[in-house]
Design a protein around this ligand. Structure first.
Ligand SMILES: Nc1ncnc2c1ncn2[C@@H]1O[C@H](COP(=O)(O)OP(=O)(O)OP(=O)(O)O)[C@@H](O)[C@H]1O
Ligand SMILES: [Mg+2]
Length: 286
């Protein structure tokens, strides 16, 4: 009898080596220098008018995350077409995808709140204040493409209120316990992003806006009159946005772009490298 190994006969999968603690490449600034985000310890608000490039930016972040060995995905996308592409690998990684279903979204957020409480209990018990890469903990990345759908469009006022409260709690407390939130919205109005919620997002990306006021709602009051106004971004250059990071001044960035084909290739790759129970058993020696 021959011993067996569990490998596909003709190829050997190369496991992803990126970590969620690594800097995430998002594009280039106006001087051509690469721009990276530190996703684990920051939440990102991604806002601006339709067609500005919000989902393209989210795809860059999601693609990085799926190539990491320490990522658990939570994807909410009422339009299906953006994050829905990652549904299969999300399943393979033990994560979840929610479509246009506010009750489903609420269930997931309530569960995340419990996970967050447990993670904090662990940190307290170990005399720690945040997770580090050496903890080998899974980073639960919560990606919401079109926040307004859940907070202002669908469901009852009670459901919407609960959704906002849960997102606020996650945004306020999730950072240190490796549960960052990345949320996009077309309508940067105060009813969707109350100032108190906006200020909890350490990173804010303002894509083209229709008014200086909308731009200020994303970046912070006063930036438009100081010359950082997302209304001035040309509609012919989608993907350009003002990025403000905690404490800094906004700067212009052009997001990297993944084509549908590239995303499908990444989805296939990630699904394949995380597949379980489907590998052929081949004899070690004939
Ligand atoms: N960084 C980029 N580089 C090149 N093209 C881009 C970039 N970002 C966006 N585009 C172009 O703009 C289109 C719209 O982008 P995207 O779907 O991200 O907009 P959005 O802000 O998510 O819009 P909506 O609010 O309707 O969802 C893309 O299909 C693409 O053609
Ligand atoms: Mg979009």
């Amino acid at each position: 009898m021959h011993p067996t190994i569990h490998l596909s006969p003709d190829t050997i999968p190369v496991a992803p080596t990126l970590s969620m603690f690594d800097p995430v490449f998002v594009g280039i600034d106006e001087f051509g220098a690469p721009v990276y985000l530190d996703l684990v310890y920051h939440n990102l608000l991604d806002a601006g008018e339709p067609g500005g490039g919000k989902s393209v930016l989210i795809q860059n972040l999601v693609a990085h995350a799926f190539l990491c060995h320490d990522f658990t995905p939570v994807l909410l996308d009422p339009k299906w077409v953006e994050l829905g592409m990652w549904m299969e690998p999300a399943d393979a990684l033990g994560g979840i995808f929610v479509g246009p279903d506010i009750e489903g979204g609420l269930r997931v957020l309530r569960r995340l709140q419990k996970v967050m409480d447990r993670r904090y209990a662990w940190l307290v018990a170990h005399g720690r204040r945040k997770f580090l890469p050496t903890d080998l903990i899974k980073v639960i990345g919560v990606f919401i493409d079109e926040l307004a759908y859940y907070t202002a469009t669908t469901g009852t006022p009670e459901q919407q209120k609960e959704f906002i409260a849960l997102v606020r709690d996650l945004v306020a407390r999730g950072r240190a316990c490796a549960m960052p939130v990345i949320a996009a919205t077309q309508r940067p109005s105060v009813d969707i992003i109350p100032t108190s919620l906006r200020d909890l997002f350490g990173y804010r990306a303002a894509f083209r806006c229709t008014t200086p006021n909308s731009s200020d709602i994303i970046l912070g009051h006063g930036w438009a009159s100081a010359g950082f106004n997302a209304q001035t971004i040309s509609p012919t250059t989608p993907g350009v946005f003002y990025l403000i990071a905690e404490g800094g001044i906004p700067h212009l960035v052009k997001a990297a772009y993944l084509s549908d084909e590239q995303i499908h290739q990444l989805v296939d790759y990630v699904t394949w490298t995380h597949r379980s129970g489907q590998r052929d058993s081949v004899p070690l020696a004939a």
